[in-house]
Every structure is written in structure tokens, then in C-alpha cells.
Design a protein around this ligand. Structure first.
Ligand code: NAD
Ligand code: 89V
Length: 344
């Protein structure tokens, strides 16, 4: 029998609770220790999940525990020091998105893990949502031919600030926090990007950053995509946190619409299906879509460690998503298109 992987979670905040639930659902790995610099969060999560080994200092965690991996669920400013600490201790690491506050930091983190010979995965989970995987499967089937256009859309007026108050305070908001997922989905479905053009706006006067972004991208495949996101869009039915997708191909189309309705028009006609994510026992609507993807990405990590394969959203892969974020902010400021290769 293969020994279960021993993991530790650093950062016991709002989102980490989902990660802890997901670890309990996954065979082959368990969380044996947790760390948070806030003793209150340590108590809340430690008591909820029955974890006795608790640390308020990540260096003490690394010094005292024998771990097969560490799951870093803190916010971006701490990601580089914590990933570098993992690399120094030769511990494979998962790091939440946004991978780092800057592309330069992210490159240094990838180098530190490569030099140490340890695996590094960014917890970029949106592409692991089952409706998005369903779109990918249609593309792989060849039914719609070669894609030439895509639209990845996330428009909502959901109050994200009550659960994540820091989102209202940052100079950067929607592209760095949410658009990053949409940009990653665009890469996942249509491949890497050569050029991005961006417009942003702030509609909500009570926040510091932009809450609307519209991005036009040239993909290296020749396809064009529009990635649009908004937290200022008041709709009759609030769709949070659904990502809607349109793809046009040489032989047909894909539409992932509200309520997870997937319509595929291909060589053999039109098929409509319901690709709703399952509601896991510990999940709660409307977050269940995201919560299910957390299980999927963490299971993928365990498979990768077991088989010695590179995670789909490895640190190196995620540099290309983070570069899109950097390029989008640069292009929004200059109002000029930005070339991606120059950043990588
Ligand atoms: P949070 O502020 O609620 O939690 C972060 C926790 O990390 C806090 O308890 C804080 O005390 C702790 N922490 C920070 N620095 C630390 C350090 N150096 N050592 C130990 N503990 C430290 O934040 P959150 O909303 O849970 O977000 C965490 C991360 O997850 C962010 O990067 C966010 O973007 C990401 N996130 C991802 C998703 C997703 O779907 N992938 C969803 C929500 C949030
Ligand atoms: O995925 C995220 O990082 C979250 C949310 C879905 C609310 O934007 O912050």
C-alpha cells in the first residue's frame, strides 16, 4: 500500500476552509499540521477539522514537521517568502492565486522550486470546474472544428467584499482577483496569447480598484477572444460565480450559458445538456461550482506527486496567466496593445 502523503496548510482564512474540506475528500493525502499567524484563525480551523499540530510561524512549521507537501492559502504578499521557504526545505508546494504580486516575484518563485527540484502548483482552480472541463472536452472531440473566436464572460453584482474585505482596499481588484481566472480559462481553451488590449473602469465608488475590465486577445493559434468581467453588473438573476463561454469554430459553436446549460452545434446537429456541478455534502450554493473545482485541482496535485508528472497549472505554466494580468494593467494604463512574449 502506498503511504498517505502528509501535508500542511499555511493560511487558515476565508478560502482555506474549502481546501481543508477538499483534503478530507481526497484519498492518498491528509493535512497533519496547520499554520496561521492569527491564533484565532488557527483555533477556528484546527478545531473544525481536528488538527492538533498548530503553528503561528511558518518557519517553525518547516523546522518541526516532516511533510510531503505544503498548501499555501495566504494572500499574495506572503506567497514569495512562503514558497521560497518551501523550496529551501525541499518541500513541494501548492500556492494560491494570484501567484505573486508581480511577475518578477513569480519568476523567482519558479526558479527557487526548479533549483531545489520540488514541484510547484498554483491553485488556479477555475479551469477545473466541471462545466469548463465539459467545454474543453467538446473542443477535444473536434465537433466544432478549429476555434476562431471565444468569449469568456463573468458579470455579476455579488458582494464579494463581505467575505474578502481586502478586495475593496487593493489598488488592483477585478483583473488580479477574478479576471486572472477568466484569462487562465481563455488560455486553457484557446491556447497562449500574443497580444492583449484592455479597458477598465471603477463603477463602485467605495472600492479602490477597478471593478470592470474588458480584454481583447490575439491567441497564437490565430483565434481572437474577448475576456470580460464585472462586479458592477446588476442582472435579473445573479449568476455568481458562473463563467459563461462562447466559442465559434470552423464547423460549429459552443455556448455555456446561465445555469450551466451547454449547447453544442456541430457537424451532427445541436445537442443541449445540463453540465451543473455536483453539490458536495459540505458545499453551499452559489459557491458549489468553485468548491467542486477545489477537490478536482487538489486531487490532480496528489496524482502528480504520485506519478512524478507536472501539474497542469504548474508555477511555470502560471507565469503565462500572470503575465496576462500584468499586461492587462499595463495596457489599461497606456491604452495600447501589449505584447506578451516581451514579458516572459
Ligand atoms: P484571508 O485573509 O481570509 O486568509 C488569509 C489567511 O492567511 C489569514 O488568516 C492570515 O492571517 C493568514 N496569513 C497571511 N500571511 C501569513 C503568513 N505569512 N503566515 C501564516 N499565515 C498567514 O484570505 P482568503 O480570502 O482566504 O484568500 C487567500 C488566498 O486565496 C488569496 O490569495 C485569494 O486570492 C485566494 N482565493 C482563491 C479563491 C479560488 O477560487 N481559487 C477564492 C477565494 C480566495
Ligand atoms: O476566486 C477568487 O479568488 C474569489 C472570487 C471568486 C470571489 O473572486 O476571490
Amino acid at each position: 500500500m502506498v503511504a498517505e502523503l502528509r501535508g500542511a496548510l499555511i493560511g487558515c482564512g476565508f478560502f482555506a476552509v474549502n481546501q481543508m474540506h477538499a483534503w478530507r475528500d481526497i484519498e492518498g493525502a491528509s493535512i497533519v499540521a496547520i499554520c496561521d499567524r492569527d491564533p484565532e484563525r488557527l483555533t477556528v480551523v484546527g478545531d473544525q477539522f481536528g488538527i492538533e499540530r498548530r503553528y503561528t510561524d511558518a518557519a517553525a512549521l518547516f523546522a518541526s514537521e516532516k511533510m510531503d507537501f505544503v498548501d499555501i492559502a495566504t494572500t499574495a504578499p506572503s506567497h514569495r517568502p512562503l514558497v521560497e521557504m518551501a523550496a529551501q526545505n525541499r518541500v513541494p508546494a501548492i500556492c494560491q492565486k494570484p501567484f505573486a504580486p508581480s511577475l518578477a516575484d513569480a519568476k523567482a518563485m519558479v526558479k527557487a522550486c526548479t533549483d531545489a527540484g520540488v514541484a510547484l502548483m498554483v491553485h488556479e482552480n477555475f479551469r477545473w470546474q466541471s462545466p469548463i472541463q465539459a467545454v474543453r472536452a467538446v473542443l477535444d472531440s473536434g465537433d466544432i472544428g478549429t476555434p476562431f473566436f471565444g468569449r469568456i464572460s463573468f458579470r455579476s453584482a455579488y458582494d464579494v467584499f463581505s467575505g474578502q474585505p481586502y478586495l475593496a482596499r487593493g489598488k488592483r481588484f477585478i483583473i488580479e482577483d477574478l479576471g486572472i481566472h477568466s484569462l487562465d480559462i481563455a488560455r486553457f481553451l484557446l491556447g497562449d496569447v500574443s497580444t492583449i488590449t484592455t479597458r477598465t473602469a471603477r463603477i463602485n465608488p467605495q472600492i479602490a480598484g477597478e471593478d470592470v475590465a474588458t480584454m481583447l486577445m490575439d491567441h497564437k493559434s490565430g483565434a481572437t477572444s474577448v475576456v470580460d468581467c464585472s462586479y458592477a453588473t446588476k442582472l435579473a438573476i445573479e449568476p455568481f460565480p458562473q463563467t459563461l463561454v462562447e466559442i465559434d469554430g470552423s464547423d460549429g459553436t459552443i455556448r455555456l450559458e446561465h445555469n450551466y446549460r451547454l449547447t453544442v452545434t456541430g457537424r451532427n446537429g445541436t445537442a443541449v445538456s445540463d453540465v451543473s456541478p455536483p453539490l458536495l455534502p459540505w458545499a453551499s450554493r452559489p459557491w458549489h461550482n468553485i468548491q467542486e473545482s477545489v477537490v478536482a485541482i487538489q486531487r490532480h496535485w496528489v496524482d502528480c506527486l504520485a506519478n512524478g508528472t507536472e501539474p497542469a497549472t504548474s508555477g511555470a505554466d502560471n507565469l503565462r496567466t500572470l503575465a496576462l494580468v500584468e499586461a492587462a494593467y499595463a495596457g489599461a494604463a497606456s491604452r495600447e496593445p501589449v505584447q506578451l512574449d516581451a514579458l516572459l
